[in-house]
Design a protein around this ligand. Sequence first.
Ligand code: TXA
Ligand code: MG
Length: 310
Amino acid sequence: MDMRILNLTDENLELAARVLRSGGLIGLPTETVYGLAADAANDAAIARIYQAKGRPKFNPLIAHVSDIEMALQEGIFSREALALVDKHWPGPLTVVVKVAPTGTVSDLARAGLDSVALRIPAHAIPIFLVREFGGPLVAPSANPSGKISPTTLQHVLDDMGDHIDLIFNGGTCAAGIESTIIDARGERPALLRPGSLDPDWIEETWPDLIRPELNPEAPQSPGQLLRHYAPNATLRLNAEAAEPGEAYLGFGEGPATLNLSERGNLEEAAKNLFSMLRALDADYERIAIAPIPNVGIGEGINDRLTRAAK
Ligand code: TXA
Ligand code: MG
């Protein structure tokens, strides 16, 4: 397939917008992970995304918008929801809100739900591309469904090269794990997916945030029900050291095959997580992983590890 790697220029944005208008798929970096983007209103393009990822049709996609006005066209925001996004957008926060009557995100992209997941990413390429295109772009992570998300251009080329028309090069993603998803519809907001936005910061706006580990009955994102982020290797979590034959993915000082963060920094660990899992997965059949403190974005890291180990 004729696939081209683009840098951020006006000409390339125009080219990518044309490709999107004709139903094409674009690989693009965000601050969290690389996404596989398409016109959120185009059913044929969205069907191509589900097919390229092998994603079950009941698992809805996130729509990326460039500004609050576009978000308000797509979803109905309570005053509290607006305060939350005002504080954290652009950034790694996705909110689930009720679909607005003016919404353009297709039924297929929303998996038939009457809600829509929206975010403004903190990255120039998706913001400029959404603006140039003139409407929301759906962009799930650019990996086959159930596999490890991509945080470099090369990961996307390896996993999705055959399915993408164009890809923007954004180097290595700054955050490294996906956005934090909040259900902002009800009286009480609920954490659906812990991610790169520290949930403690959300509690500054919403002290009564429902967190799943405190409430097993809490609502779930359709995607949270699935085994995910899975390498081919077997994972052993909370391991203090490697057993014979195992690779050791460390955190903090000490011997390790690879180390998520020698200085024990959670941001650094999140940024390295998917690349290091991919690298170890290529060479080992068993990977032992150091305990990661379950605070701040450590919750997001542990969520990914737990589901990868299922
Ligand atoms: O950081 C991210 O969020 C990345 C980048 C590319 O923006 N995108 C991403 O998309 O992680 P994806 O498709 O891999 O994950 C989307 C998650 C799924 O777990 C899905 O179930 C959930 O969002 N979701 C989407 N729409 C929803 C809705 N209406 N209600 C509840 N969950 C929803
Ligand atoms: Mg994903």
